[in-house]
Design a protein around this ligand. Structure first.
Ligand SMILES: O=CC(=O)O
Length: 340
């Protein structure tokens, strides 16, 4: 299938940059013509597509950052893309930037890079958990400002040992984080629509509880679930009110699984004691109420930002492009399309 139905060479649309896996991408370029858009905004991208610039492309490779050019891959954008497009290979685990039902309706299959991100994202989760529990943000800032521990001594932090870590969403990242948190002496509870098999639960040392219990009994709550219409704002004012006063919230998933304005209020009132965040509802904008709150330990969406993990992710996404070109199937189609 390295050539298209009419016998010409396949065409691949490259949305974003290849940063690390250059030799694997060169191998794609030897199999197929690679088209790179000139546009730098959504309107210009749509106009460029409607002008026929991407005609004949059957596969698109895209990065998280390419959102700044195309915006969401939704029905409007798909209608502007050529009907030859059959596969969208997303480089990333979370694919909320792609409207999967709109792709399905047009016969386009979507892939992501599931397990490649697990270690690095879970490592970031543990880092944020410890940083928020230990109340490290103000002293990191005061040291850099030349004030040692600041004008008033920072509040004492808390140890993870013996605390209950509630994990909301027990996919690969949640499971990985559970194992790591166990080493810090934490007790692991989780809620996931599908309960893990008993042997997996036992291996991880995690207990399934219903979501109400998870909210009520956790000392730290880590959000590890994908963003979709069912999970948007799954944590908001009502849920904060059910939690233990002073809870620590960790989010490495997507900002919008939590109502960010409600989090700011819950932090202000002390209902939430601290937060360790890698993701934000309106990235790259961060709510000023988070930035100004010393009990927030904040990182600008860097969960997978390592040479090893970014390389794995690119290699994985490129392997999807290769399979699409050579065999007309994807290596890791997204769960919503698995039964199609
Ligand atoms: O945010 C990172 C990812 O979705 O892989």
């Amino acid at each position: 299938m390295a050539s298209s139905a009419n016998g010409s060479r396949s065409k691949v649309l490259l949305l974003g940059e290849i940063e690390l896996a250059h030799s694997s991408w060169s191998a794609i370029a030897s199999l197929a013509d690679v088209i790179t858009p000139a546009a730098t905004s959504r309107d210009a991208f749509i106009a460029e597509s409607l002008s026929g610039a991407f005609e004949g492309c059957s596969v698109a490779y895209r990065t998280f950052a390419s959102f700044s050019i195309t915006g969401k891959i939704d029905g409007e954008l798909l209608d502007a893309l050529p009907p030859s497009l059959r596969f969208i290979c997303h480089n990333g685990a979370g694919y909320d930037q792609v409207d999967v039902p709109a792709c399905t309706a047009r016969g386009i299959r979507v892939s992501n890079t599931p397990t490649a991100v697990d270690d690095a994202t879970a490592d970031m989760g543990i880092f944020l958990l410890l940083g928020a529990l230990r109340n490290l943000a103000p002293s990191i800032a005061s040291l850099r400002a030349g004030e040692w521990r600041g004008k008033t001594p920072p509040a004492l932090g808390h140890d993870p040992q013996g605390k209950v870590l509630g994990i909301l969403g027990m996919g690969g990242i949640g499971r990985n984080m559970a194992k790591k948190a166990k080493v810090f002496g934490m007790e692991i509870r989780y809620y996931n629509r599908t309960k893990l098999d008993a042997d997996v639960e036992q291996d991880i040392g995690a207990e399934w509880v219903d979501i109400e219990t998870l909210l009520k009994e956790s000392d730290v709550l880590s959000l590890n679930l994908p963003l979709n219409p069912n999970t948007r704002h799954i944590i908001s004012t009502k849920e904060f009110a059910k939690m233990k006063r002073g809870i620590t919230i960790v989010n490495t998933a997507r900002g919008a699984v939590m109502d960010e304005a409600a989090l700011v209020e819950a932090l202000k009132s002390g209902q939430v004691g601290s937060a360790g965040l890698d993701v934000y509802e309106f990235e790259p904008d961060v709510h000023p109420g988070l930035i100004e709150n010393p009990r927030c330990f904040l990182v600008p969406h860097m969960g997978t930002h390592t040479v090893e993990t970014e390389t794995k992710m690119e290699e994985w996404a490129i392997s999807n492009v290769r399979m699409a070109i050579e065999s007309g199937v994807l290596r890791s189609v997204v769960p919503e399309q698995r039964s199609l």
